[in-house]
Design a binder for this molecule. Structure first.
Ligand code: NAD
Length: 314
């Protein structure tokens, strides 16, 4: 098949593009490199630098494409609180631009990578796709708005759509920005270097951490599965892990005993979040296979940045 992956130089996009290419597909990648790094792409991925709102570029890249994986996005929750218009422009406007271009060119299917962040606070856990979203940040609003655009435009213009609500994905190669780095690579690196682990909250908040390999399996199934048109599907591990438990794993894997500082007033996220996977099992045959222990060890061992000697930020 011929694929276009947007956000192809990012953490999930690069792993997906490389996997699709390895499987013998023809793969084009688009990324503006605002945070991504194209050097991690296999030479067989045909990479173009460009903005998701650049419609002429989209038209060219979409010629002959069977399925688009749409991952290009601004992804930092705290940044979205400072710059909501930027998040709207890229995550919402860029998605609409892509849908318009797909319609013009006649592309059959789009798999949109949405986020478990759209759920916010939910009293019932694990959370199913039927829960009423309670987004807590402009990032979460932008992913939810983009979902609605994808599905509505898809229905009106006859494009098949699948929205995957990915929970907290982790694995080797995850972006480590100097400000607000994601919790797993940050804790592994800090612990390995005997730095301090700073927890936003009391550490009892739970998340659903899902390994890259499981996310890739779900994404792969979504491009060809039947009966998924217009569906929104959770992708997680189905397990709830508190930050305190995560720290126990990090200690074990790194063999270090770092200091932990709790900042209860800095906690801006929901108290609990865990994916109900019933629909993913039914529609995608999805069943997460990587346990947190194995996934964390794999992340630590496969990602040389996590063992680097210097800590650049506190
Ligand atoms: P990432 O930041 O590594 O990847 C996003 C990519 O999009 C980057 O390479 C960036 O350069 C590119 N990009 C940003 N703005 C662009 C623009 N205007 N035009 C073209 N490209 C642009 O993040 P990721 O973790 O790989 O996330 C990929 C997708 O998955 C995002 O849509 C994100 O919302 C979604 N998602 C990620 C997670 C997770 O835990 N990693 C969870 C849920 C959803």
């Amino acid at each position: 098949m011929q694929f276009l992956v947007t956000g192809a130089a990012g953490f999930l996009g690069s792993a997906l593009a490389n996997r699709l290419a390895r499987e013998g597909n023809s793969v084009r990648g688009l990324d503006d490199l605002s945070t991504g790094d194209p050097s991690i792409l296999a030479p067989s991925v045909n990479f173009t630098r460009g903005d998701i709102n650049d419609r002429p570029k989209l038209w060219t890249l979409l010629q002959g494409v069977d399925c688009v994986y749409h991952l290009a996005a601004r992804v930092l929750v705290p940044e979205s609180i400072l710059y909501p218009r930027e998040y709207d422009k890229v995550n919402v406007g860029g998605t609409v631009a892509l849908m318009e271009a797909m319609h013009d060119v006649g592309v059959r299917r789009v798999v949109f990578i949405s986020s478990g962040a759209i759920y916010g606070d939910q009293s019932r856990q694990p959370v199913s796709e039927e829960a009423i979203p309670q987004p807590r940040s402009p990032y979460a609003v932008s992913k939810l708005a983009a979902e609605y655009y994808v599905r509505t435009i898809g229905r009106l213009w006859g494009i098949e759509t699948v929205c995957l609500r990915v929970f907290n994905a982790y694995g080797p190669g995850q972006a480590l920005p100097p400000v607000h780095p994601p919790v797993i690579p940050n804790f592994l690196r800090q612990a390995a270097q005997e730095g301090t682990l700073v927890v936003h909250g009391d550490g009892n908040q739970t998340r659903d951490y899902v390994h890259l390999d499981d996310v890739l399996n779900a994404m792969s199934a979504a491009s060809t599965a039947a009966g998924v048109n217009d569906r929104v599907i959770n992708v997680g591990s189905g397990l709830e892990t508190s930050v305190r438990e995560l720290i126990r794993h990090v200690r074990e894997i790194t063999g270090k005993n770092p200091e932990v500082v709790y900042n209860p007033r800095n906690d801006k996220g929901p108290a609990r979040l865990c994916a109900d996977l019933k629909l993913a099992k039914e529609l995608l045959g999805y069943s997460p296979a990587v346990s947190l222990e194995v996934g964390l060890r794999n992340t630590f061992e496969m990602d040389p940045r996590l063992q680097a000697r210097e800590i650049n930020e506190k």
